[in-house]
Design a protein. Structure first.
Length: 651
């Protein structure tokens, strides 16, 4: 937090005393007062919050922050300026929120640097800029702003159940005090004081928390396996590799609320008997790494990490290991190789990590979101946690909503919420009046969900019945302009480049699949007879090839590599057929398959298209209709862009 007027702080000794319940009553009263202020139940001075998570920074929040500071300095304002993480609604960044003494916290969106001064002039002059106001946060006892909706009624936030994201965008992620003020580390203190490791595992199993990294393996069961294996050293590993295209949940949690992850990791380490824990995080997440480093230092200083945590005798060292960003390094055995300093390649299982993991020792690997759920489970109890969700999938799931949807960002919903609710209620539907086509869920390992399954409930088992999977939480929305063959090609291209090359089915098979997809989306103009035969042969064998890759690859990367093709084939076979038999892309996305012609009745012979055509494929004289020589046309689309009369027809 940067400000010239200090906010209350609590000492590390007070934090320990508070968590252990050993603070003398007079000190407790003053600490409670400070905690109240840290929660901003009311503020003593105007408090300005700027969202400076990666999404905010991408939208210009660093300049917004500078403009805020400049305004404050220029007007000699007495105020606090607080940097917060992403609140979830990334498409509205940069976000600025203001809390005045006695008033609720109000949020403004799209506040780029030039808008700061006019917004503040109006606001501090008593006028709320209607076009920039987004919501206000309801708080009993504080006077609300007229004409501004509440966050809990906002279509994006209203349907959500924010447990993992509860603090994101609300608290200063660089402040341990603020995390503690919101109940942070209470679950750890309670766990260490009242539960044996086996009891913790029983609670986790009872809660039904399943791994949020993709597979959905029950967290408690995994912990028990690691706990029961004998070993002089055990490791807990947090998987923060987050390599799926379209996924950014883990990054936002670490950036916006790093202590939640540390608390979850401490509880998990205690349960399995680990004294060392690693966070494997990609180096491309510098802000998350910086926040995590700071949080680890703070927690260590406060005695929440390190030796004899909260006097319990439990020790834990937490180490950050930066990964180089290969997708396969998110696979647990490749990840362990990478931590060990070896090349990030998978190893066969068994042995499973719980038996012989990192450096050959019993290890347990969990995803960021799984571990961020742990303080919720231990704090609120297994029954409370299990009461939300479906029969087989308890709690919530965070999705990274992106693509052709009006509101993009991080969405945390109760398990059992339908895809329709996520896309149309939370996300606000498809922009520009276009029709929904599908969502790609679960990244490259996942599948797509077409219109007929929009009402499917988010649940590990349900999603499998329609050929998709929960995955880690990437949810990319596609509209009628997206070509599903092109989408399959995009993922196959990604997988093929990311295949580590260790096993043949994945290394060679994904390459062959990509060749087939390329061949059916490429122009046939210069194709030889042999190439045409190969193309048809490839198409005929595509399904079989996909099944062989799935069944024989060494790790999950290869085993799930054909999913995008199988899933799009299942629901959009007609699009494949149009590409293969008619050499046509119905969505007009595969550029090489487009055919261009000039409509005589609309062409006035202005020559704009002919002048732009890079291959001189357009013939005609001035003031007379032009025409395109098909053999010369490379389907670049320059003519359609150049024509001001809509005379170029694209099919
Ligand atoms: C190619 C590949 C990439 C993966 N990437 C990630 C990842 O980035 N983050 C993650 O948590 N799990 C990832 N996984 C799953 C992990 O192998 C592992 O199952 C997971 O971290 C276990 O945590 P959980 O039980 O909490 O879900 C990946 C798996 C594969 C096959």
């Amino acid at each position: 937090m940067s400000n010239q007027f200090a906010q209350p702080t609590i000492t590390t000794a007070q934090i320990r005393g508070l968590l252990l319940g050993t603070l003398p009553s007079d000190e407790l009263a003053s600490v409670q007062r400070n905690l109240k202020q840290l929660r901003r139940e009311d503020v003593d001075l105007p408090t300005i919050f700027v969202g400076t998570g990666t999404c905010g920074l991408g939208a210009g929040a660093a300049y917004t922050l500078e403009a805020v500071k400049a305004y404050v300095a220029e007007h000699r304002m007495e105020c606090h300026i607080v940097e917060v993480g992403c609140v979830g609604i990334c498409s509205e960044e940069p976000l600025v929120e203001i809390q005045m003494p006695g008033r609720t916290r109000i949020s403004f969106h799209h506040v780029t640097a030039p808008k700061v001064a006019p917004l503040f002039d109006a606001f501090f002059g008593g006028v709320v800029a209607e076009e920039l106001s987004l919501y206000q946060i309801r708080k009993p006892g504080l006077q609300p702003w007229d004409g501004v909706g509440f966050m809990d009624k906002h279509p994006f936030f209203g349907p959500q159940t924010r447990w993992v994201l509860a603090n994101c965008g609300i608290i200063d992620p660089k402040s341990l005090d603020e995390y503690v003020a919101w109940g942070g580390y209470e679950a750890l203190a309670k766990t260490l004081a009242h539960h044996t490791p086996v009891e913790v595992i029983d609670i986790m199993e009872k809660s039904g928390l399943r791994g949020r990294g993709g597979g959905g393996f029950p967290a408690g069961r995994k912990w028990r396996l690691a706990q029961q294996t004998e070993g002089d050293q055990k490791y807990l590993i947090c998987n923060a590799d987050e390599g799926d295209p379209g996924a950014f949940m883990d990054r936002a949690v670490i950036e916006g609320d790093p202590h939640r992850l540390i608390e979850g990791m401490a509880i998990a380490s205690y349960a399995i008997g680990a004294s060392k824990a690693y966070v494997y995080i990609r180096a491309e997440y510098p802000l998350a790494i910086a926040h995590l480093k700071k949080a680890i230092a703070q927690a260590t200083e406060a005695g929440l990490l390190g030796e004899n945590i909260l006097g319990s005798g439990f020790n834990l060292r937490l180490i950050i290991k930066m990964g180089a960003g290969a997708f396969v390094c998110g696979e647990e055995t490749a990840l362990m190789n990478s931590i060990e300093g070896k090349r990030g390649m998978p190893r066969p299982r068994p042995p499973y990590p719980a038996q012989s993991g990192l450096f050959g020792k019993p290890s347990c690997i969990n995803n960021v979101e799984t571990l961020a759920n742990v303080p919720v489970v231990m704090g609120k109890g297994a029954d409370w946690f299990g009461a939300t969700g479906t029969a087989g999938s308890h709690g919530t799931k965070v999705f990274a909503l992106s693509g052709k949807v009006s509101r993009t960002g991080l969405v945390e919903v109760a398990m059992g919420t339908t895809i329709r609710q996520i896309v149309f209620d939370v996300g606000g539907g498809i922009p520009n009046g276009k029709a929904y086509k599908a969502v790609q869920i679960g990244g490259p390992s996942g599948g797509c969900i077409p219109t007929q399954h929009l009402d499917i409930q988010v649940d590990y088992e349900n999603l499998k019945t329609v050929g998709a999977m929960m995955g880690s939480g990437g949810l990319v929305v596609m509209d009628e302009d997206n070509c599903m063959v092109d989408i399959a090609k995009f993922f196959m291209d990604f997988i093929q480049r990311e295949s580590c090359g260790k096993c043949i089915p994945c290394r060679e098979g994904t390459r062959r699949m990509l060749e087939i997809l390329n061949s059916i989306t490429r122009s046939r103009r210069n194709e030889t007879g042999v190439q045409a035969l190969e193309r048809f042969q490839g198409v005929v064998y595509m399904q079989q090839l996909a099944e062989v890759i799935r069944d024989t690859s060494l790790c999950g990367l290869g085993q799930t590599a054909p999913n995008p093709v199988l899933s799009t084939l299942r629901y959009f076979k007609d699009e494949y057929e149009a590409h293969i038999f008619e050499r046509r892309c119905p969505s007009h996305a595969c550029k090489e398959l487009l055919t261009y012609s000039i409509q005589e009745e609309k062409c006035i012979g202005c020559t704009a298209c002919a002048r732009k055509c890079p291959t001189q494929a357009i013939m005609g004289t001035r003031k007379a209709p032009h025409y395109i020589v098909p053999d010369k046309c490379i389907a670049c689309g320059s003519c359609a862009e150049a024509c001001k009369f809509g005379a170029v027809h694209v099919a």
